[in-house]
Design a protein around this ligand. Structure first.
Ligand SMILES: [Zn+2]
Length: 223
């Protein structure tokens, strides 16, 4: 049987230390919201398999999210924007090392935070191939996972990511992810979600919701 899990996607935690992009603010959780959902996930691990990923390489990955997730027994995938490494409010090379030492893995989120499905050939190289190499050089680790910026993908993006050497790819399509899903669906947590709503993500989805989600993903894969 294929192993199923829910994958919860985080962004910044607490107070941003940089100027936010338009539309980004709703994805920043308070420290309390973040700790509540991670604690809840840890308490349910015997019933529901759950993993965490973090996008955008904010400084809070290293100061808040990474340490707490490690303490609660989670190894997260940290998706890094190479264009922001060392900038104010973002992870630098030392912070990347700290996160690896905490037991987390580094993956790519591209270079300049662009939706990969909007890019031309040259830009695909800049955003998919080059950041992977740069992260491998910086960390000394094999970088085999990528978090799709804005969850955007189509047939070309999936082929290019495969060609670049990625083994795991994560969308923002929600639902339950199974081993081998390409891309694997994640649910991005937002500040306007109540604790009850976040906890309900651990309940099984009705069959028709699951089917609708699968069909939508299959269509995007073929576009
Ligand atoms: Zn992002």
């Amino acid at each position: 049987m294929q192993e199923a899990q829910i994958i919860l996607n985080l962004h910044g935690i607490g107070s941003p230390q940089r100027v936010l992009e338009p539309g980004e603010e709703p994805y920043w959780l308070s420290v309390e919201q973040f700790q509540d959902i991670v604690s809840f996930a840890a308490s349910r691990l015997d019933k529901v398999k759950c993993a965490f990923t973090i996008d955008d390489s904010n400084l809070s990955d290293a100061t808040i999210a990474g340490p707490f997730l490690a303490r609660m027994g989670f190894s997260a995938q940290i998706f890094v924007l190479t264009g922001r490494i060392g900038q104010k409010g973002s992870l630098d090379q030392i912070a990347l090392r700290d996160l690896i030492d905490m037991g987390h893995s580094i993956g790519s989120h591209g270079n300049a935070h662009r939706d990969w499905k909007t890019l031309d050939e040259g830009e695909l190289v800049d955003e998919i191939h080059t950041p992977r190499k740069r992260l491998q050089d910086l960390t000394g680790q094999t970088i085999d996972a990528a978090g799709l910026p804005f969850g955007g993908y189509n047939r070309k993006v999936l082929a290019e990511a495969r060609h670049a050497g990625f083994k795991h790819l994560y969308s923002s399509d929600g639902g339950v992810a199974r081993d081998g899903d390409w891309p694997a669906g994640r649910t991005s947590l937002r500040r306007d979600m109540s604790p009850a709503r976040m906890h309900a993500l651990f309940d099984p989805e009705p069959l028709f919701v699951r089917l609708k989600r699968r069909i939508k993903a299959e269509i995007k894969k073929r576009l």
